[in-house]
Write a protein that binds this ligand. Structure first.
Ligand SMILES: [Mn+2]
Length: 312
């Protein structure tokens, strides 16, 4: 589906940039700017594809853990920051959710000192997004619900060092053999997927985060942290993970027609069409059904909605 002419590559290919697509909301997480493994180029190309009314940076946007152990801040990182300031000036509201790699933003004194002067820019541990169709999603990074992260941060830091080594080895292998296309971090992605599945199993990540969203009277959650993009329904709620910009290059878009669109660089896109709240209530009343996911539609880009692809 994503051939070599994918819009993310337009900048590299020297093609003319298309006008950005206007969208209601854009959500991205785990960009890890400052880490040498961050895919800053591709992320900037992706950002330029859209003009969102609201932008959510769902944690680990800046990798503060790398400040002492290998800080890589390229000119592209500056371009990304300049682009965000430009978006804010043109009216986009930017929400910055703090993650475990940029936990310094959880310090109120830091926030008050450095960020108070930025207009249309808000920092928090969590936000509630009401979609066009009326559904409420809790937006949080996710580390606060990762049992490994909260109980054994030393283990988390240890696995991060191991993971960085894997990323470096993977990049070396990719450069050595230079396959014509594919994900340069594909091997790592598979490895990390296994590790994260284990963490999900051990720490009960999804159910803990959904439980919290339910307590906040939300219908679902949008998070990042585990670098595994996904849209799944669980216990009559929606769990959406925006993925990352290290291995998967993914982001979540809420389009003006109300659909949630998970854009995936190396896999098929996913679309989630949620009915409006009124529609759901009417169905419940008509058929005495409980509010469930039966009125929703989750399709891949190759499904019947294929005409509504990425560049629509
Ligand atoms: Mn994280």
């Amino acid at each position: 589906m994503f051939g070599r002419s994918h819009p993310f590559q337009a900048k590299d290919a020297g093609m003319q940039r298309l006008a950005p697509t206007s969208v209601r909301t854009l959500l991205v997480s785990d960009v890890h700017l400052g880490s040498k493994h961050s895919r800053a180029d591709e992320f900037l190309a992706f950002l330029r594809e859209f003009h969102p009314e609201s932008l959510y940076l769902v944690g680990d946007f800046i990798d503060g853990w790398k400040i002492n152990t290998g800080w890589h801040w390229s000119s592209v990182c500056d371009e990304i920051i300049a682009h965000l300031i430009g978006l804010a000036r043109r009216g986009t509201k930017i929400h910055y959710v703090a993650g475990n790699h940029d936990a310094f933003l959880r310090n109120p004194a830091f926030r008050a000192g450095c960020l108070a002067t930025l207009p249309r820019f808000e920092v928090g541990n969590e936000f509630v997004l009401q979609t066009l169709t009326g559904w409420k999603f809790l937006i949080t990074h996710g580390d606060l619900f990762d049992r490994v992260e909260s109980i054994a941060p030393w283990l988390s830091k240890g696995t991060t060092a191991f993971y960085d080594t894997c990323l470096s080895m993977n990049r070396w292998c990719y450069r050595t053999w230079q396959p014509s296309e594919g994900n340069p971090y594909g091997l790592c992605s598979v490895l990390k997927d296994r590790v994260k599945r284990w963490i999900r199993f051990v720490s009960d990540f999804e159910s803990r985060i959904l439980h919290h969203a339910k307590q906040r009277e939300c219908d679902g959650v949008i998070c990042g942290h585990i670098h595994t993009p996904d849209i799944v329904s669980s216990d009559s709620m929606w769990y959406c993970n925006t993925g990352d910009w290290v291995e998967n290059c993914t982001g979540l878009v809420e389009r003006h027609d109300g659909r949630l669109h998970l854009v995936r660089r190396y896999d098929e896109d996913l679309f989630l069409r949620l009915p409006t709240q009124e529609e759901t209530l009417r169905r419940c009343f008509d058929a005495s059904k409980t509010p469930s996911t039966d009125a929703t539609e989750l399709v891949s880009v190759n499904g019947e909605d294929s005409s509504c692809g990425y560049a629509a």
